[in-house]
Every structure is written in structure tokens, then in C-alpha cells.
Design a protein around this ligand. Sequence first.
Ligand code: AMP
Ligand code: ZN
Length: 107
Amino acid sequence: MNNCIFCKIAAGEIPSAKVYEDSDMLCFKDINPAAPVHLLLIPKIHFDSLAHAQAEHQTLLGKMMLKVPQIAAEAGLSNGFKTLINTGKGGGQEVFHLHIHIMGTPA
Ligand code: AMP
Ligand code: ZN
């Protein structure tokens, strides 16, 4: 077992405040929110970052991007939202399991 905190969250070994889950991905509340709504959407499989994505991840990444507006709407962000993917140390990434930040203020 690797030592990745988001893999452990995906496996249910570390608790999280889940807002969405299916066979491919999991979305949960950021533990240190930078906005009134701050969610993290992760793939259940591990890859370190967007810079580590391969052609085999194309369908998964597409599914995740298409799920973002649905999750945002269900979180009350009907007026709009921000998405952010930090990539690499120079990009501000702290957890090296790909994740999409979804942030906003409910309307
Ligand atoms: P990044 O800088 O893009 O790697 O963002 C990592 C994010 O993960 C930060 O916003 C953290 O607050 C968040 N985070 C770290 N550990 C946890 C955790 N156990 N549960 C929820 N969010 C976490
Ligand atoms: Zn991981």
C-alpha cells in the first residue's frame, strides 16, 4: 500500500466529508477551505499530477471534468464556481495525487 493520503481517503481508510462518489472518482470537502464551498475531486486510481496523466487516463479525466458542474450545482454554486489544478511543487501542489479544487460561494 502506498502512503498517499488521498488513496487512503479513496479506500475509506481515512475519513472524509464525501459529497459525491462513483466507481471512478470521489469528491469530498477540503479540510482547510479557502472558500465557503471548497471541494476536492479525485480519481480513485493514483497518479501524481496532471503532468503524470497518460493517454489511458483520457476517458477518466473527461468524466471528471463533466462531473464538476453537476457537483458544483449540488453544492449550491448555481451562480458559478472556480476550478483549480495545482501541478508540481512549482504549481503549489502539496498532495501528489491528482485533484481538482472546486470553490465558490453559494448564491
Ligand atoms: P494542493 O495544494 O493542490 O495539493 O491542495 C491540497 C489540498 O488538500 C489542500 O487544500 C488541503 O487543505 C487539502 N487536504 C489535505 N489533507 C486533506 C484531508 N485529509 N482531507 C481533506 N482535504 C485535505
Ligand atoms: Zn494516491
